[in-house]
Design a protein around this ligand. Structure first.
Ligand code: GL2
Length: 804
């Protein structure tokens, strides 16, 4: 399609779809028409990919995830279809700017953080690698809350991403699927029948997922909940209007809002309802398609592999059993064989509180038949276990049911028992799964466990986010943009690491990216960014284990020393410390940390003497869109979680690929980043995971650490003195006393080594050639972290066809 043709289609779409012409079009009209114009291009390819499943020889991948953190769609679709220049030219010919129109696009924030963003990267890679796949999830009416700061405190506003419609969505109310809930189970010992009490409709809302320059467009099918007419009518006819409305409200609440807890879920009935709602609708979809293609249910594992993204969709395992047993009349053994060969489970955490358990008194009333099936699965499993010689202690600890503090289903155990393969998301994490969290399962089924290290899509996080670096790479490697599909080609940049012209160009790109970020922050937040300072970035959800506290404590020490004349300002490497972080609304310590960071920011940034050397930028509402501008501008990437707690991290990969150096612990994928970029190009500090275990065993006393470190004490005492909260000196007492007497994630224990390491960062940065060299090597050596590689690993380690 050429620019004239594009312009023509665009204006026609404006007229026919929005009923406006160019002169009367609003921002929303322009954005919607542009999206539809590009979307039309994807539809034909999509229909060949998904038209007729029986002619598809490849096994279909179904990715089940409660979260997809997609980011904006239009620029990505233009990139994938190679229409960016055409669109730009076409719009310019109409007096419009592509960048203006796309910059106002609203991102669907249907996820909390890394787990949801990973799902989005995987969808991109599946399509790019031409693997037929469907992503299934929930179309939340409200995604992750919009964060604002009032007096430095986080406030949550509803995320109204659908306010002006969703032009990338194709919704099919006529293809709704009914999902049942509640009720009881009838029957005798041989035939059991679920008599549900409530029914809701699941409406498929489809998003097209284009592969980059590929022949595949995949589908992301998000389910939206609606009340069934039948349900409403019965009540309505009985004359109880209020009750009819209540029924509708109940149904629609299911897909209303994303739970904003990252890594620490709360066991609420509505959350389990959400999980079952999308798992059941998705399985219905998959089975219908399978049967329509004339296939037998016994061949399901040959045709489809279902990847469970964490435990959120694990209720799909007993649901498939129920369908096979109760609806299709299969025997237990056959149903179990099919189920167990179809599912795979990815675990994304090590925190015990993040491993979901569902109390029987929540699960039972909502899904009575599923609870029976779970008990039966457990019965068979524990019998086998006993037969293999396991003692009762072992049987109890591996059981799918926990007895204390309340009887509950352990979803990670159910997932492990019901899946063919279980994987962790980085080498260290998979190892810790095998040796600690799921150790007994790993020794019982050693072959079931594997690792697939996470990855990120270079299309969004290099080509779109960092166009200047992308074109420098293309010019330097002389392979066009082939590297975008084969990220190992970045290795070729190593040949240019001593080339003065390349070094200068690389440095200029970084500087331009800082200028771009400065413009964004000025417009978006009224924040002034010093583009001549080192940009030191910590962006991720706010959680104690990630240790934003460690970062801010060190900033405070530096500030206090500068104020007290303990640091000669003339020797200081100027830094801007950039934070982006949302806290779960009910997470008190996390919210206090946000407040403290803002208070320190206010003090530092108002201090004319200090500000040129040390300042803080903390824009509210960090999201994918802001990440795309912040990451390319970063010099230093803060990945400072307590070793053994961050399963992988994926921000760490995005920074390295964009030429930031990491200061980090040996945690998650940091370990692999450091191995690849080399120890000279990575700033390592802190305890290792075995150190952490040992230290905890020996008894950890943070107060003693405080007494023994003058610098740490300076930071904490400065806070306690009220320096950042003059009107309320005791404002941060709860944080301080938690550090001194609890410090579950041992920020204090790693403080001294972190401070030492930050000095090494300063020395390295003081030599720009040395720093740029390290930055280039970070880009050159991290091609491994393309999500294309992760998906290929899933293909070879997880998704091979089962052997009979
Ligand atoms: C997470 C992990 O915490 C994070 O380390 C990992 O990179 C991602 C993706 O695998 O998954 N687990 C989790 O529950 N959330 C994550 O981000 N929310």
């Amino acid at each position: 399609m050429d620019a004239t043709h594009f312009a023509d289609r665009f204006t026609t779409t404006l007229r026919h779809l929005r009923g406006v012409d160019l002169h009367s079009a609003s921002d929303v009209d322009l954005r919607t028409a542009l999206a539809h114009t590009v979307r039309a291009e994807l539809i034909d390819t999509w229909q060949t990919t998904h038209g007729n499943p029986s002619t598809t020889p490849q096994r279909h991948v179904a990715y089940l995830s409660a979260e997809y953190l997609l980011g904006t769609q239009t620029r990505n679709a233009l990139l994938a279809t190679e229409l960016t220049d055409t669109a730009r030219e076409a719009l310019a010919s109409l007096g419009l700017s592509l960048d203006d129109i796309t910059s106002r696009e609203v991102e669907p924030g249907l996820g909390n953080g890394g787990l949801g963003r990973l799902a989005a990267c995987f969808m991109d890679s599946l399509a790019t690698l031409e693997i037929p796949a469907t992503g299934y999830g929930i179309r939340y009416d409200y995604g992750i809350f919009r964060q604002t700061f009032q007096d430095g405190n986080q406030h949550e506003q509803p995320d109204t991403w659908l306010a002006h419609g969703s032009p990338w969505e194709i919704s099919h109310p006529e293809r709704a699927v009914t999902v049942h809930l509640g009720g009881h189970v009838d029957g005798d010992n041989t035939t059991r029948r679920w008599v549900p009490e409530r029914h809701v409709l699941a409406i498929p809302c489809d998003y097209l997922v284009p592969g980059y320059k590929s022949h595949t467009v995949n589908l992301l099918r998000l389910w939206s909940a609606r009340a069934t007419d039948a349900f409403d009518l019965t009540i309505f006819n009985s004359g109880d209007y209020e009750k009819a409305v209540a029924a509708r409200t109940y149904a629609e609440t299911i897909s209303h809002v994303l739970y904003p807890e990252d890594s620490t879920p709360q066991g609420r009935t509505l959350r389990l309802t959400q999980q079952y709602f999308f798992a059941a609708a998705s399985l219905h979809d998959l089975l219908t398609r399978h049967l329509k293609a004339g296939r037998s249910l016994h061949t399901l594992p040959d045709a489809v592999t279902i990847q469970l993204n964490d435990t959120h969709p694990v209720i799909a395992i007993p649901e498939l059993m129920r369908l096979l047993l109760d609806e299709h009349g299969l025997s237990w053994d056959d149903a179990w064989h099919i189920t167990q060969q179809t599912f795979n489970y990815t675990c994304h955490t090590l925190l015990p509180e993040a491993l979901e358990v569902w109390p029987l008194d929540i699960l039972g009333p909502l899904l009575p038949r599923h609870l029976e099936i779970i008990f039966a699965i457990n019965h068979h499993f524990l019998d086998d276990l006993r037969r293999s010689g396991a003692d009762e202690l072992r049987v109890r600890s591996m059981s799918l049911i926990q007895e204390h503090p309340v009887r509950a289903v352990r979803m990670a155990h159910l997932a492990t028992v019901g899946s063919r393969t279980v994987n962790g998301v980085a080498e260290l994490h998979s190892e810790l799964l095998r040796t600690s969290v799921l150790a007994q399962f790993a020794s019982y089924w050693p072959d079931r466990f594997t690792n697939v290290t996470n990855g990120v899509t270079p299309r969004r996080f290099l080509a779109l986010a960092n166009p200047e670096l992308a074109s420098l790479i293309s010019d330097t490697l002389n392979v066009g943009d082939r590297w975008l599909k084969d990220l190992d080609l970045l290795r070729g940049l190593e040949d240019h690491v001593d080339d003065p012209a390349f070094i200068a160009a690389f440095r200029e790109v970084k500087h331009n990216n800082k200028e771009r970020l400065a413009r964004t922050l000025a417009n978006r937040d009224g924040i002034e960014l010093n583009t001549n300072a080192m940009l030191d970035v910590m962006v991720k959800r706010l959680h104690e284990y990630k240790r934003q506290s460690l970062r801010i404590l060190h900033v405070i020490t530096q500030y206090a020393k500068m104020k007290n004349g303990l640091i000669d300002l003339a020797t200081v490497t100027p830094r801007t410390v950039f934070f982006g972080a949302k806290a779960a609304p009910g997470y008190r310590l996390a919210k206090e940390t946000i407040s403290l960071i803002n208070a320190v920011a206010t003090t530092l940034n108002a201090d004319d003497e200090i500000r040129p050397y040390l300042s803080i930028a903390f824009p509210a509402n960090y999201n994918v869109t802001l990440a795309e501008t912040a990451i390319p501008a970063a010099d230093l990437s803060e990945q400072i979680s307590l070793a053994g707690k961050e399963a992988s991290g994926t921000g760490n990969m995005k920074f390295a690929l964009n030429g930031a150096l990491t200061i980090g612990t040996l945690d998650g994928a940091n370990v692999e980043i450091r191995e690849l970029v080399g120890p000279d190009n990575f700033f390592l500090f802190g305890m290792t995971e075995p150190d952490v275990v040992q230290r905890q065993r020996d008894g950890y006393h943070p107060h003693t650490v405080y007494e023994q470190s003058a610098d740490l004490a300076l930071a904490i005492d400065t806070i306690s003195s009220g320096a950042f909260s003059p009107s309320e000196p005791g404002r941060y007492e709860s944080l301080v006393s938690d550090w001194l007497w609890n410090d579950r994630f041992m920020a204090l224990a790693d403080y001294e080594d972190y401070a030492r390491c930050q000095e090494a960062v300063d020395r390295h940065y003081a030599n720009p050639d040395q720093w740029t060299r390290s930055a280039i090597l970070n880009v050159a050596r991290t091609g491994f972290f393309s999500s294309d590689r992760s998906i290929r690993d899933y293909q070879t380690r997880v998704w091979q066809r089962p052997t009979k």
